[in-house]
Design a protein around this ligand. Sequence first.
Ligand SMILES: [Zn+2]
Length: 212
Amino acid sequence: MAKLYFRHGTVGSAKTLNLLAVAHNYERQGKRIVVIKPGFDDRYGEKDVASRAGLTREAHMVIGDGDRIEIEDFDGVHCVLVDEVQFFHPQHIDQLRDVVDQKRVPVICYGLRSDFRTQLFPGSRRLLELADSIEEVKTTCHQCNSKAIFNLKSIGGVAYLDGPSQQVGGDETFQPVCSVHFTEQLSLGSYEELGGRSGTSDSQREQDMELA
Ligand SMILES: [Zn+2]
């Protein structure tokens, strides 16, 4: 039975590397895959799906905000792999659910569960609601050996819950951390002024997009 999978992890947990390995295994067996990514994650070039470990391939489909994921595009496909799924709209997740159910093809989605303010991304929330299988891609905290569950935004060594939009992304700006070190690092920065973990809003989705 085909399933909708959500494999979530923090920044730096090798999610894309995992995706590329799954793609390689299907293709080695002569099976057809489709790799999808959101249109506005252009850190590595519009079509590139790139892991920090250095491996890259091109996505078959780049889905923009207003695009619809059409079921007919998945005839004869053995597996669909989705990168940076947190940047999709909830309706795209519903469309992926339809691909699973109507084409009987597994759809494996990789992405962040929450943003740097510990809030669920809307697309990730919808996946938690609709997925058959929810798995965690684990990595350790940047500061200790506990499992990382949050993404700490850090600029010049100072942690932020808010602040200017950055185009950079990557390891210098976002770190995987445990809850203890998330709170500790923010208490040294702007955490209190911003009302702690909950002082956020949907209107900051633009800023979330930098986090991947
Ligand atoms: Zn820690």
